[in-house]
Design a protein around this ligand. Structure first.
Ligand SMILES: C[S@@+](CC[C@H](N)C(=O)[O-])C[C@H]1O[C@@H](n2cnc3c(N)ncnc32)[C@H](O)[C@@H]1O
Length: 206
């Protein structure tokens, strides 16, 4: 089915194809990169929402950052944050040589510390960082999101583990389950979960 879907949606294009390949050849945990289908979905969401300022928490190899930036209108910007400074040598050239380089600002550091210092109000945020910190990201992002703005949170079904009782040391499953419960009970937002890939939650600030 995945092959069929990929044959019937827009191609990712040669640049993203090469980045996806390089991610798999050179980096640890390449499965973290969004890939063809999710990348096209992110671009489509951006072109539907038409945000002026977009935030991404968790750049990794830059795949999703380029997809988000592809959907932006002229003059709109993506601010993407990566906490792992060892990632910079790989990711910065891929972002700076991409066709959407002028739409991307890449920061190395903890989004939880840096975003509040930026003084930017975002219209869309893509949360894809440390699964243990999703509730913290959510609360921080809501403070810097315009009314009517959106959050897209990745991996919210966590390979189906959300249905299980997590082992006390499995902080990632615990973090995702806490996030899902927290969001579900939050009257400040509307929310829906798309059972796509590893689960995408779409949240609208009221
Ligand atoms: C799943 S990967 C991101 C994948 C990328 N968004 C994509 O779809 O192609 C998660 C990344 O978040 C980074 N990260 C974790 N905590 C972070 C934080 N507090 N601020 C910024 N980046 C963070 C990790 O180092 C890792 O590279």
């Amino acid at each position: 089915m995945e092959r069929y879907i990929k044959q019937h949606i827009d191609p990712e294009g040669p640049y993203l194809e090469a980045l996806y390949r390089d991610t798999h050849v050179k980096l640890l945990r390449p499965r973290m990169a969004s890939g063809h289908l999710q990348g096209r979905i992110l671009k489509m969401f951006v072109s539907m929402i038409r945000p002026r300022q977009v935030l991404e928490i968790g750049t990794y190899s830059g795949y999703s950052a380029i997809c988000l930036a592809e959907g932006l209108e002229d003059g709109a910007l993506l601010h993407t944050f990566e906490i792992n400074d060892e990632q910079e040598d790989f990711t910065r050239p891929w972002l700076e040589n991409s066709p959407v380089a002028d739409k991307i600002k890449f920061y190395i550091g903890d989004a939880l510390e840096l975003v509040p210092e930026l003084g930017v109000t975002f219209d869309l945020a893509f949360i894809d960082g440390d699964k243990r910190k999703y509730v913290e990201y959510y609360e921080m992002v809501l403070k810097h999101l315009s009314p009517g703005g959106y959050i897209i949170a990745d991996n919210t079904l966590w390979d189906g583990h959300v249905l299980e009782e997590p082992h006390p040391t499995d902080r990632q499953t615990i973090g995702i389950k806490e996030f899902n419960d927290h969001v579900a009970a939050d009257s400040r937002t509307e929310k829906v979960i798309l059972p796509l890939r590893d689960g995408l939650t779409i949240i609208k600030k009221l």
